[in-house]
Design a protein around this ligand. Sequence first.
Ligand code: 13P
Length: 332
Amino acid sequence: MIVTTADLYKVAYGKFAVGAYNINNAEQTMGLFRGCIQSHAPFIIQISKGARKYTDKRMLEAIIRSAGEIFPEAIYAVHLDHGDEETCYECIDSGFYSSVMIDASHETFDENVAITRRVVDRAHARGISVEAELGMLGGVEEDIAVDEGHACLTNPEEAVEFVKRTGCDALAAAIGTSHGAYKFKGQQSLHFNVIEEIQRKIPGTPIVMHGSSSVPQEEVRRINAAAGKLDPSARGVNEEEYLPAAKLGVTKVNIDTDGRLVWTRVHREYFRDHPGEFDFRPPGKIFMDEYAKFIAHKNGKLGSAGQLSAIRDWLSERATETVAATAMAAMT
Ligand code: 13P
C-alpha cells in the first residue's frame, strides 16, 4: 500500500529512521519489497531523475505498481530524489508520488528559498510533501558533482529560517556525509552536534540524511577479488550511527551506493565463476536474494525492522478517528 511520506514520518520521528532506497529496475524492486517484508519494515522507494530516464518512467512506475500487487502487505511511500523544479512539477501532477525532493542547494539561500516555496505551494495543494536541501553534500550523485572544497555543513540558524520561509516538510541537511562510494578516508563520524542543534531549533521537522551508504569493506574486497578496481580505502557511514541519529530526528536515511555494490559483487563473482555463462537470469536471481538480505540488514540498523505493525495501527486509528469525526459533523 502506498502511503504518504508524511504518515511514515509521523510514526518514525525520534524513534527510528525509514530507509529510502533508490530503485532502477525490476530486480532491485523485487529485492527491496522482499527484504522489507522479511524484516517487517515500512520503506521509501526513491526514484531519481536518472532512474526515470534509465528505461522509461512509466516502466518504473508499472514495476512498482506490480510489486505493490505482489506484496499487498507492504507499506511504503514513493519519492522523487534530487528533483529540479520542472521534474518536481511533473511528479506532483502525475499523482503517483507521495513526496518530492527539490534540490536547489547549489543556489543562493534566497533563490533556494524562492524555488522551494514554489514547489511546496504546488505540492501541498495536492497533498504531497516536500523535502528540500540546505547546505551542500560532497561527492557524486548522478549528474551532480560537488568537490569537497565546496561541500558545506548545514547552518542550524539558517535551517530555522529556511523551514519557516519555505514551509518544506523535511529538511535534507548536510551533516558530514557525501554521495557515492568515496565518502571518507579513514574513520569519520556524523556531525552529531549539527544534528542536535537542528533538532533543538526545529523540533518535529524530520531531518533527511543523504549519502548514508556504509560502503562495507567486505563488499569492496570481494568486488576487487573479482577483477574490480575500487579504491580499498573507501569508507562510508558507520551503520551503528543510524539509530542514534534517528533518535535526534533523522527520520529518512538515503541509501543507493551500497545496493550498487551488492549488484556489482554478485555479477562480477558470478561471471568470474561461470565464464561460459551468458544467461543473465541466474545472477539476477542471486542478486534479488542478496539485495533482499541487504535491505533487511539495513532496516535492522535503522530501527525500522519490525515497525510495520506500528504504521498499520496508526493508519487504522486515524481512519477510525476520521470516521468518528465525519459522523459527529453529520449530527451537528
Ligand atoms: P549514497 O551514495 O551514500 O548511497 O547516498 C544516496 C543518496 O543520498 C541518494 O539521495
